[in-house]
Design a protein around this ligand. Structure first.
Ligand SMILES: [Zn+2]
Length: 74
């Protein structure tokens, strides 16, 4: 299997925090703006619009996937 580049847990958390705070995030390794991609709900046949965001670094190809939980921010 090919090696799959991944962020460390700390890097991933910093990306999530930056995105939650600023609405965008930079790759902690490359310092370039990460591409955002919304993933629509319903793909798992749940009949429930669960919105997910996928952030991808165009340089190192590392990505962060996470759920956007509406109305549950604290
Ligand atoms: Zn990167």
């Amino acid at each position: 299997m090919a090696e799959k580049a991944q962020f460390t847990a700390d890097e991933e958390r910093s990306v999530r925090e930056a995105y939650a705070r600023d609405g965008h995030a930079d790759c902690p390794r490359c310092a370039v703006r990460m591409h955002e991609r919304a993933i629509g709900g319903g793909s798992f046949g749940l009949g429930y619009a669960r919105q997910r965001e996928w952030l991808l670094c165009p340089q190192c190809k590392r990505s962060v996937l996470f759920d956007l939980k509406r109305g549950t921010r604290n």
